[in-house]
Design a protein around this ligand. Structure first.
Ligand code: AMP
Ligand code: MG
Length: 402
């Protein structure tokens, strides 16, 4: 199979993938969840004309030539409307959030008044409508304010509550099973024997999937045997996960058994080599409804592949309307040579400059180096056959989350 362009590989990952089922959740559980339908305001906000300040509700014409002394006929606080009518020469004491009484059209802040018994003297004029929040200036009943496909932010939860929704209909969260492979791998905190290395990539892959709203099942680390790998693949199927994410064992060495084990389970392979650096031996297929993404073991490759392919897949499964993140523009921080026939995703630091963010690729782009990956703020995209580029020219980047 020839190397597949990144865009085509991604199109294959996303093909025939529908958003997961719908469930209802309480607002307090809805952060980050993706709306399965438009959310309509069930009420108007504010529901009536209300005061924005503490002061006096008056008729603007009465205070046109200050000082103007008015008779205070009542009091309005938030939650305690005043039933009376403010007539010419009258005022009502009012507090923030109080409903503007009939007859009044303006609120004078208390700092501009002098109170004496049931009289108040207004020292300064105010234009009609001053300090009044009119009914519906925030939103009106039956307006759609949050659209289907939106991942709910903290502010959205505030808005949904104000629209009077105690619960929201959202898509089920994708479940991802993370499986590491390799005889050499031991857990962080272990005494390392000869030839052993610490299992690291799964921590980033898990965190990345969770940040994208997925639930993660940890399938641990399989030894490099068909039996062990096969057994854990079956566990993923039994758990009915939406995505199995394997790392390692993906190339063509004698110990690279992941694809073989998947095929023995009946994998329908869609591709396994992508014109990509880092991450050429990246694989995708389906085992029934379950997606399988096989990423290389090298930590940087595994992360870049998950960033490029797992994230959009999770967004599509989650029902999000924004599936692919468009690259942003930045200024190249150093000269780059011409690229070959594989798309390059260079780890680059990011700093702000006078003309926008400056992305500087780290010197050593080896796909095993975790320290520079941690320092990088983005991936700088170099298309296949891109010509040499000078520092100061424009480039395209994909920013890491946080
Ligand atoms: P592989 O894709 O299995 O050939 O692994 C490529 C390189 O990545 C080897 O040096 C492995 O030791 C290393 N590697 C594989 N899996 C992991 C992992 N989970 N964490 C850290 N390094 C890994
Ligand atoms: Mg391996």
């Amino acid at each position: 199979m020839p190397l597949m362009p990144v865009s085509e590989a991604l199109a294959r990952v996303l093909a025939d993938t529908q958003p997961l089922g719908i469930e209802e959740v309480a607002l307090s559980d809805a952060q980050g969840r993706v709306l399965a339908e438009d959310v309509t305001a069930l009420r108007t906000q504010p529901p009536a004309d209300v005061s924005a300040m503490d002061g006096y509700a008056v008729r603007a014409e009465d205070i046109a030539t200050p000082p103007a002394t008015l008779t205070v006929i009542g009091e309005v606080a938030a939650g305690h409307p005043f039933a009376g009518l403010v007539e010419t020469g009258q005022a009502a004491r009012i507090f923030t959030g109080g409903v503007l009484p009939d007859g009044a059209d303006t609120v004078v802040i208390q700092e501009l008044t002098r109170r004496d018994g049931d009289k108040v003297t207004v020292e300064k004029t105010a234009i009609k409508g001053r300090n009044v929040r009119y009914a519906g200036i925030d939103f009106k009943q039956s307006e759609v304010l949050l659209e289907k496909g939106r991942a709910l932010t903290d502010r959205d939860l505030m808005l949904a509550a104000a629209m009077n929704h105690p619960r929201l209909r959202v898509h089920r969260r994708p479940v991802v099973a993370v499986l590491g492979t390799g005889d050499e791998l031991v857990m962080p905190g272990s005494e390392l024997g000869p030839g052993q290395i610490v299992y690291s990539n799964g921590f980033a892959l898990t965190a990345l999937a969770r940040a994208a709203g997925a639930e993660v099942i940890d399938l641990g680390v399989a030894r490099d045997t068909l039996d062990d790998i096969g057994g854990r693949i079956r566990k993923a199927r039994e758990a009915k996960v939406d995505v199995l994410l394997t790392s390692g064992g993906a190339s063509v060495g004698d110990h690279d058994l992941v694809q073989k084990a998947l095929k023995a389970e009946g994998l329908d392979l869609s591709f396994w080599r992508v014109a990509l650096r880092p991450g050429r031996p990246m694989m995708h297929g389906r085992l029934g409804a379950m997606h399988v993404l096989g990423v290389p073991g090298n930590p940087v490759s595994s992360y870049v592949c998950a960033f490029l392919f797992l994230l959009p897949l999770l967004r599509k499964l989650s029902g999000r309307s924004d599936i692919e993140t468009p690259p942003e523009s930045a200024i190249l921080g150093r000269d780059l040579p011409a690229n070959d026939d594989r798309a390059d995703y260079l780890r680059a630091t990011l700093e702000s400059g006078p003309d926008g963010p400056i992305a500087t690729p780290v010197q050593n782009q080896d796909s095993s180096l975790m320290a520079p990956l941690s320092q990088a703020g983005c991936l700088l995209i170099r298309e296949p056959q891109a010509p040499a580029a000078k520092a100061g020219s424009r480039c395209r980047i994909l920013k890491f989350g946080f």
